[in-house]
Write a protein that binds this ligand. Structure first.
Ligand code: NI
Length: 178
């Protein structure tokens, strides 16, 4: 396993609709392992393939926050939302591609999701609480949507400008001195 670098907003790859995974093979399993390792290392509770530059419909998540509870890593291939509750839930979201920025996002409180597991089997599960928020946030990534696309354009513009500056500063720091 190895860590992959996480792409920061703004980047055209984070605005792209990802293609379905065609088949489950060793490179895909390796990508899923690397994504889990990268997510835990960050640390984060979810990561989508486009955030590491792989434009396929794959996400990983583990919303167990309590350190006394066993980790529950999940890998979802080609996930699809099949049902959403009418009842909404508001959660202050962040994103590994937009570090240090948070905003309240309203989404359905519960969702049903169908996906393919790494074993090739079809699965369907209902998620609530933080898991529901997380899986919707990650599926958004596969459709080129970020949590800031759910907030006001003014606030989104502010965050984007700060991220542009952060990326310029980082690029300058890593540029070779002449
Ligand atoms: Ni995210």
């Amino acid at each position: 396993m190895s860590l992959r670098s996480i792409i920061l907003h703004p980047d055209p790859r984070l605005k792209t609709v990802c293609r379905p995974v065609g088949g489950i093979d060793d490179p895909l399993r390796r990508l899923a392992d690397d994504m889990l390792e990268t997510m835990y290392d960050a640390p984060g509770i979810g990561l989508a393939a486009p955030q590491v530059g792989q434009m396929v419909r794959l996400l990983v998540m583990d919303c167990v926050k309590d350190k006394d509870t066993a980790p529950q890593p999940m890998v979802l291939v080609n996930p699809e939302i099949t049902w959403t509750s009418e009842e909404p839930n508001v959660y202050e979201e962040g994103c590994l591609s937009i570090p240090d920025h948070y905003a309240e996002v309203t989404r359905p409180a519960e969702v049903r999701v169908r996906w393919t597991g790494l074993d090739g089997r079809a699965r369907e599960e209902q998620f609530d609480g933080l898991w529901a928020t997380c899986v919707q946030h990650e599926i958004d990534h596969l459709n080129g949507r970020l949590f800031i696309d759910h907030i006001s354009p003014v606030r989104r513009g502010m965050i984007t400008r700060k991220m542009e500056k952060l990326k310029r500063d980082r690029a300058r720091q890593s540029a070779p001195a002449l």
